[in-house]
Write a protein that binds this ligand. Sequence first.
Ligand SMILES: [Zn+2]
Length: 242
Amino acid sequence: MLLISPHIDDAFLSLQSFIVDSSVRNQIVNVFSFSNFSLSNISLPNEVSLLRKKEEMKIASYFGNVDVLFLDLPDCLLRGYTTPWISDTKQILSKEKFLIDKLYHLIFNIKYDGLMLFPLSVANHVDHIICQIVGNKFLDKGFEVGFYLEIPYKFKVNFNVFPKPFMNTQKTLLFSEKEIVRKSYSSQFNPSNILGFYGETITQMVDLGHDPTISEEIYYFDTNFWVDSCWKKGVNRGQIFI
Ligand SMILES: [Zn+2]
């Protein structure tokens, strides 16, 4: 599988169980891997990007069956956006046309012959939507494309609001299993952060009898179907961390 990850962490945090169960070698393509977002006390993009890449490579070597590529495109906050959350996805098609075309060709030039997975864009993060649009372009051209649900580690959402795929695959894993990956990205998450649907820790989740599992999903669509950003269909992005 070729896994298109908008940011460092999205693919591993969203597709962990698929990567673990995969019998073939996978490749993660980190698109917007030039970033200055970090919880640590460094803020220079070069330093932050280096730190985030180290975190990514650490978890990649833990899994062992993944190659990682960094495209080093600047993330939205380094491209002049003051917020990553976009209310009008249509404007992205024209506003980001250059970047969409550039990303399409960068991925095309990898010449991957097999299943490519793009983010479904369940929230309205501009960088995720750009990747999703590029995924649509590959789908349109007849490539083998799927879209993964990028709910990295935290909340569950109402799946009924998503576009109807002709097929989806789902795997379930425990929140505690997700911890292995989540802890690798300490520059992005406070390790003591809450985890569950109701904001509880794993221990509290068990004590309260809450569901300690999380599902990871991949959706497949017909080639003539334009996968739209899911947030417009009623997902409250406040429910989702991406
Ligand atoms: Zn992301």
